[in-house]
Design a protein around this ligand. Structure first.
Ligand SMILES: Cc1cc2nc3c(=O)[nH]c(=O)nc-3n(C[C@H](O)[C@H](O)[C@H](O)COP(=O)(O)OP(=O)(O)OC[C@H]3O[C@@H](n4cnc5c(N)ncnc54)[C@H](O)[C@@H]3O)c2cc1C
Length: 386
């Protein structure tokens, strides 16, 4: 455990997941003095438990814009950080089940194409050209959408690459250091209290994932975020069968084949309630195995090696909360990712860097601020899984 050497920082980041580490890197690179506090080890939150799929096919313009620009960053990140991040772009195939699904899919594709995305609608025959093991009838598919530049990135390699780059630029990353309080003076951030000492600062970034709500409460801010247990499994290795991630918004299933051959995927169990539950369930295993075998019958006999759980940090509209909280200068949110915070992290942290380091307010910060929930009608992201 490294000792706290600096009790003063320009920015204190709470959370050592992909968002905290990416932001630490970008701000440190801009010459700012950064301290990151992580209560466990890096990647111990959702980042180290996630599917790490990256897709640009969303129903809201906000998520699509952030995801498209994020993938452009992922594509050059290996070179920028000087380390392998495990990027593979085998595409995302999103199953369309009926007429109303198709209506939504067409709306999504039109909006995504207007943003410049290479995305198309597939016929049932074209589905099996891309993923031959799929059973179109078993999935009840009338078509699909497909974007070839979607894919997968290794969450551990990426987060550690960001962390090491941040350290090279002088950031202090304190593991096993829990934030226990935040002090403000008048309407500004003053300092952060940890179980290993106090750090004075002007900016605090709340990148604490499913625990962000508790961090916000330390300064009397109420976040609408709720933690939901999400389960995921991995199988034994099988020969290369397909490259794309297959997902369905209706069934909630997602699965892909890893580079080493394992099948990785998840599905929500019906009626999951919010809360900090960690135990893996047999219900999930059963539901996942049954649905996967229906979608891809050749996988019926593949053995499951491991299942585990993590949290989605879910907002009422399934869009993240990013930017400064009204009325508390220097209190920045970077949370509420609702199950897609890995893929959005490059662009979200770039936007926050523009705000913190340059004092600029990119337009999307207004659209994704906490104040959007104040009595206004919100537009929910509907293209979600898991
Ligand atoms: C099963 C599953 C599958 C997923 N699949 C995908 C996917 O395919 N694609 C995708 O983009 N996203 C996916 N996600 C979501 C994604 O994992 C998250 O949105 C993303 O990792 C969030 O990163 P983060 O850095 O914001 O938060 P986290 O990784 O959760 O990090 C927050 C950190 O804050 C720390 N912390 C909390 N409280 C304190 C405190 N008081 N003091 C100090 N530290 C504290 C925690 O220990 C934690 O390490 C999935 C999530 C799950 C659970």
């Amino acid at each position: 455990m490294n000792e706290i050497v600096d009790h003063k920082a320009d920015v204190v980041i709470i959370g050592g997941g992909v968002n905290g580490c990416s932001l630490a890197y970008q701000l440190a690179k801009r010459g700012m003095k950064i301290v990151l506090c992580e209560k466990g080890h890096l990647c111990s939150g959702a980042t180290g438990r996630c599917g790490a799929g990256i897709r640009q096919q969303w129903s809201t313009r906000e998520n699509s814009e952030l995801a498209i620009k994020s993938i452009q960053i992922f594509e050059r990140l290996e070179k920028e950080l000087g380390q392998d991040i495990g990027l593979r772009q085998g595409g995302y195939l999103i199953v369309v089940h009926d007429k109303s699904d198709m209506k939504q899919a067409k709306r999504n594709v039109d909006m995504q194409k207007a943003l410049g995305l290479d995305v198309s609608i597939l016929t049932p025959d074209e589905i099996v050209d891309i993923v031959p093991i799929l059973d179109v009838k078993g999935m009840h598919a009338v078509g699909a959408t497909f974007c070839p530049t979607d894919g997968h990135v290794d969450p551990f390699k990426t987060t550690h690459a960001y962390a090491q780059a941040a350290i090279r630029y002088g950031a202090q990353l304190y593991k096993f250091t829990k934030v226990v309080g935040i002090k403000k003076k008048k309407k500004r951030i003053d300092s952060v209290l940890t179980d290993r000492g106090k750090i004075s600062t002007d900016f605090v970034v709340n990148a604490a994932g499913a625990w962000s709500k508790q961090i916000a409460e330390m300064v009397g801010v109420k976040l609408p975020n709720k933690p939901f247990r999400k389960e995921i499994l991995v199988t034994e290795r099988v020969k290369p069968l397909f490259d794309a991630m297959v997902i369905s918004f209706k069934d909630g299933i997602y699965f892909s084949q890893q580079e080493e051959g394992q099948i990785l995927g998840g599905i929500p169990i019906p009626n999951e309630k919010p809360g900090y539950l960690t135990a893996p369930t047999f219900d999930f295993l059963h539901h996942m195995a049954k649905t996967l075998a229906r979608y891809a019958p050749p996988l019926k006999h593949v053995n499951v090696i491991r299942q585990w759980t993590g949290y989605y940090d879910v907002t009422p509209d399934a869009l993240p909360i990013i930017g400064e909280v009204e009325g508390i200068k220097g209190f920045i949110q970077c949370n509420g990712f609702s199950g897609h915070g890995f893929m959005l992290s490059p662009m979200v942290t770039k936007i926050l860097t523009a705000y913190i380091a340059d004092g600029r307010t990119p337009r999307i910060l207004k659209r994704l601020s906490l104040s959007r929930f104040k009595g206004k009608k919100i537009v929910r992201e509907v293209s979600v899984v898991g």
